[in-house]
Design a protein around this ligand. Structure first.
Ligand code: CA
Length: 368
């Protein structure tokens, strides 16, 4: 599966192929070490954020797509994370306070997926307040803001006195101390007849049965919260993280980003069909160029503890919450094989950041 495309030198996002998904192994037994989230004395959760316990955590997968290999454990410091992705209303306050203009607005067009044709296309004046275009319904105030680039997200978080989460922090928070499960909420997409996230049901890209009630984005929190109090940690919108997208094996290698370098996105979106994308698994990784804004990418912010709060933590409040190294939780429904060809379709518009015609493919069918 190619997840999405948009503005940018490479303009290609995410690479989870159905073949690689089919290679995923069965889910391991549920991790018996469940990490309870409690706010330590002396720590005060900022409004709209939750305290995320630190400790050693498992990241990635041993049986997943190449981008998720290999699984490893690493230390995560305690931090705060937004309960939900930044909403349209929250982003509007930022724009009104700063007169900020997003990159998509400066480009004058943005990538929009047409659910009727099953194809991506550039739509003039599509933006954060009208993600599908100026003649479509405005974005709901309580929906996650989209059509915002990584650079836009960084600007918002800085204005709010926060920062983007690292992808390690994002996955650690999504796992919630239950590292043996596929999703932030457990192992099943439907529990008791209730969909647990805003995803794509049916057959992407030609048929969406909308069993979860939403064709596009959903209000934040519409599908409930994780045990750690976070919502939308899978499905709804992909979420920007701090890092450049690189193989895990290259984590310790110095890296100089180039024109085509991409940033990590996490969480999957309403366009993700589990048989094609499955990007809402906790270990799933996507990527996009930092100037790209798309109708299914948003973000949430994180924040460090104050020095006083960090100093007040007892060692046990960090290490004592560390989950034991769990079995890997990745699993996917065997999927239909999709072409991995990067050949641009003949009707594909180029979408370079400068507005010049470039070599990259534009929006195309089959992207999630
Ligand atoms: Ca949906």
């Amino acid at each position: 599966m190619a997840i999405a495309i948009g503005h940018g030198p490479t303009a290609i996002v995410a690479l989870l192929t159905a073949a690689s998904l089919a290679a995923l192994g069965p889910a391991a037994a549920r991790d018996a070490t469940e990490v309870r989230r409690t706010v330590p004395p002396g720590v005060s959760e900022p409004d709209g954020m939750v305290y995320i316990p630190g400790g050693r955590t498992r990241i990635g997968s041993d049986t997943g797509p190449p981008a998720e290999l290999p699984a490893f454990t690493t230390e995560v410091k305690p931090f705060f994370m937004d309960v939900h992705p930044v909403t349209v209303a929250q982003f509007r306050k930022f724009v009104e306070a700063t007169s900020y203009v997003t990159q998509t607005e400066r480009f004058g067009s943005a990538g929009v997926f047409d659910v009727k044709t099953g194809r991506w296309g550039l739509v003039d004046q599509a933006s954060w307040h009208h993600p599908l275009g100026p003649t479509s319904a405005p974005a709901g105030d309580d929906h996650p803001v989209t059509q915002v680039s990584w650079n836009d997200a960084v600007a918002y978080c800085a204005w709010a006195g926060k920062r983007l989460p690292t992808e390690i922090e994002w996955e650690h928070a999504a796992r919630g101390g239950r590292s043996g499960e596929r999703y932030a909420w457990g192992d099943a997409l439907v529990v008791g007849g209730k969909h647990m996230a805003n995803t794509w049901q049916g057959h992407f890209p030609d048929r969406n049965t909308v069993e979860d009630g939403y064709v596009y984005t959903s209000p934040v929190g519409a599908f409930g919260a994780t045990a750690w109090g976070l919502t939308d940690m899978g499905g709804n919108v992909w979420q920007w993280c701090q890092e450049w997208f690189r193989p895990y094996r290259a984590r310790a290698t110095p890296y100089t980003p180039g024109a085509g370098s991409e940033k990590v996105i996490r969480g999957g979106s309403f366009l993700c069909d589990p048989e094609v994308c499955h990007g809402f698994r906790v270990s799933a990784r996507g990527h996009s160029t930092p100037e790209t804004g798309l109708m299914h990418i948003g973000f949430r912010c994180a924040k460090d503890l104050t020095a006083a709060e960090a100093g007040a933590l007892s060692p046990a409040s960090i290490a004592g919450r560390s989950p034991a190294p769990p079995a890997d939780g990745s699993r996917a429904t065997p999927g239909r094989r999709r072409s991995k060809s990067r050949t641009c379709p003949p009707d594909s518009p180029s979408t370079s950041t400068s507005g010049r015609r470039g070599p990259a493919c534009g929006p195309r069918a089959g992207s999630q």
